[in-house]
Design a binder for this molecule. Sequence first.
Ligand SMILES: [Zn+2]
Length: 112
Amino acid sequence: MDKEANPKQEPVDELEQRMRQWQEANPEATLTEIEEAVEAELAAVRKRLVEGLVAEREAVGEEEPDCPECGGRMVKNGRRERRLRGKEGQDIELDRQQWRCLWCGATLFPPG
Ligand SMILES: [Zn+2]
C-alpha cells in the first residue's frame, strides 16, 4: 500500500491521526478515557458526514416546490436553521431553505 499514491485524506485516516495526537497529549489516559475520546471524535465525524450529505441533497432540491396545502406557487422565505434529531438522539443542525406559499401562506421545508 503506497500512501503517496492516494493523497486524498479519508475521514477515518484523519480521525486516526487526531487520536494519535490526543494520545501523545494524554499519555496517562485510562482505557475509559481513551474510549470516551474516540467516541467523541466518532460522533463529530458522523455528525459532519450526515450534515454534509443532507446539505448536498438540499442543494439539488432547490427548485420551487408546490404548496402541499393548496398546490399554489411557493416563494423563497429565507433560510432557517433547522434542528433535526438523529436516530441516536444527537442534534443535527441544518441551514435550510424555507418556502412560503403565495396563496395560503403555508411554510414548508423541503423533505429530508
Ligand atoms: Zn398554499
